[in-house]
Write a protein that binds this ligand. Structure first.
Ligand code: NDP
Length: 260
């Protein structure tokens, strides 16, 4: 079953209406994979809520979506590092007023932290990385659960990494945050399995040509990597009703390379 879902997700080709009438919130929607996912989701008919830290970047994604004249997205600036539970409650109130429900939630935003041995890992960087990559997705999910219960089919997509499944030297807080994300996705999937319309899954984008990847692997030839728009099939599959009932999975967007 697991390998069937994996295969279907990687080979998924959405049509232009596969996300129509769906309200989808994407964190980190101003750059990298999040920006491309926002544009692709809008191209499939979703009304996208663009959440992120840098307003100018969110506006650039907004303009790209408006250029193709699909559903008008909205921008919600929020720094996940400083956001409090109160900020998330306010976000949920705004979404409730504007849309009445939430059908998709993608926890894409993330930071790399330091690449350093545990012995020397800076505790402040550790806390920040765990906060943005793991605590913020928990708080945002918690605040949005009542809104997602109002959807007929709500899909939460957590974003993991290869180092969130097998630990690797010097990946410190980032790796541990992604192990945590895998766990959070599983716990939520188990809790929502019965009596809710919510489902929860994880995706690992794999090596992808973005600013984060460049910092993590400065010596790597970027042209050897997939571009963000080439790895989105599992995200789009999980966000739409074609994957209704799929929950508790941890999917790879690319064929596995154990070194990445
Ligand atoms: P980028 O660094 O290109 O983009 C990260 C996004 O997260 C940016 O939009 C950034 O906003 C946002 N973000 C960072 N910190 C905050 C914050 N405090 N508050 C709100 N938004 C924030 O990364 P990628 O696109 O490469 O990564 C996307 C996801 O995929 C991450 O979760 C990453 O861990 C995961 N991933 C990526 C891989 C890759 O090879 N690229 C491989 C495996 C996993 P801003 O630009 O405004 O700072």
């Amino acid at each position: 079953m697991s390998s069937d879902v994996q295969l279907i997700a990687q080979n998924y080709r959405p049509d232009t209406d596969s996300l129509s009438n769906r309200i989808v919130l994407i964190t980190g929607a101003g750059a990298g994979i999040g920006a491309e996912l926002a544009v692709a989701s809008a191209a499939c008919g979703a009304r996208v809520v663009l959440l992120g830290k840098t307003i100018a970047k969110l506006e650039a994604t907004y303009d790209r979506i408006m250029a193709v004249e699909r559903e008008r997205p909205s921008i919600y600036p929020l720094d996940l590092l400083g956001a409090t539970p109160q900020d998330y409650s306010e976000l949920a109130i705004v979404l409730e007023k504007e849309y009445g429900r939430l059908d998709g939630l993608v926890h894409n935003a993330g930071i790399l932290g330091d690449r350093s041995p545990i012995e020397h890992y800076d505790p402040i960087v550790w806390q920040k990385t765990l906060h943005v990559n793991l605590t913020a997705p928990f708080l945002l999910t918690q605040a949005c659960i009542p809104l997602m219960k109002k959807s007929e089919d709500a899909s939460v997509v957590f974003v993991s990494s290869g180092v969130g499944r097998k630990g690797r030297a010097y990946w410190g807080a980032y790796a541990c945050s992604k192990f945590g994300i895998e766990g959070l996705a599983q716990v939520l999937a188990d809790e929502t399995e019965e009596n809710t319309s919510i489902r929860s899954n994880c995706v690992n984008p794999g090596a992808t040509r973005t600013a984060m990847r460049k910092v993590a692997y400065p010596g790597e030839d970027p042209s050897s990597l997939k571009a963000p728009q080439e790895i989105l099939s599992p995200y789009l599959y999980l966000l739409g009703s074609d994957s209704k009932g799929v929950s508790g999975f941890s999917l790879d967007c690319q064929t596995k390379d154990p070194k990445r």
